[in-house]
Design a binder for this molecule. Sequence first.
Ligand SMILES: Nc1nc2c(c(=O)[nH]1)N[C@H]1C(S)=C(S)[C@@H](COP(=O)(O)O)O[C@H]1N2
Ligand SMILES: [Mo]
Length: 262
Amino acid sequence: MEKNKINLSASDASNLVKDAQTLLAKKLTGNSRRQFLRMGLTLGGVAMLSGCDIDDNPDVESVLNRMSRFNDRIQGWLFSGYRMAPEYTLADITRPFPFNAFYGEEDIPSIHEENYQLQITGKVRDNRSWRLPELYKLAQHEQITRHICVEGWSAVGRWGGVRFSDFLHLIGADTRAKYVSFRCADEYYTSIDMASALHPQTLLALSWDGRILPPEYGYPMKLRIPTKLGYKNPKHIVSIEITDRFTGGYWEDQGYNWFGGS
Ligand SMILES: Nc1nc2c(c(=O)[nH]1)N[C@H]1C(S)=C(S)[C@@H](COP(=O)(O)O)O[C@H]1N2
Ligand SMILES: [Mo]
């Protein structure tokens, strides 16, 4: 039997978002409800529904139940009480680690160390560009954390690199600025708030599983921010801007929640 294809118009979608919020809010109380609403995952989840195939009974409540279960699970992973993302052990690493991008593996950008420079712009004291060997020489930190994709999967991975707050201080970033904005070699882009940029677990990741970050996971560098969803973790970063101007993001501009985490 053919599946029902639901295509939502903009106004259907906005009504669905409202229904979704009401229904999901009813299932939660007190703190968990506030946390849930703050995460704003409802919007991202509902945006996912547009153009999705929904089996047999295209019933909003059954879809929401699935979303709600996913949200319940990820709340525990994102909030440990101290707003630190949980860390894992080597044995917990997901193998093979999934690849994801808005294109297939055949289109992964090919970047070469000798031609690569990281550009710095905006509200910084020192806006000179960085070569990879200079970044490899800075103090490196490792984390084993869970990457959560809004599409409904998650995976534990091991990343190493420069603590992003160290890097921001090193370049003399104005930490009173509102945003840090990222541009990538593949036309992807995203931006985060300054508090999240300064979070101790936010890493300018240069390695994965003890070796130089492989092309599929974002060579030569990605932002690893375990307190936020996968789409807030830009790979193949080519420029970083410190700014008060809101620059959105590739998925965020298509309806995913901009904050995208805790
Ligand atoms: N440059 C770039 N970064 C990106 C994306 C992308 O398409 N291009 N996709 C995002 C999404 S939605 C996810 S889930 C993760 C996937 O990272 P992985 O390939 O290491 O699993 O990268 C994020 N960062
Ligand atoms: Mo994702």
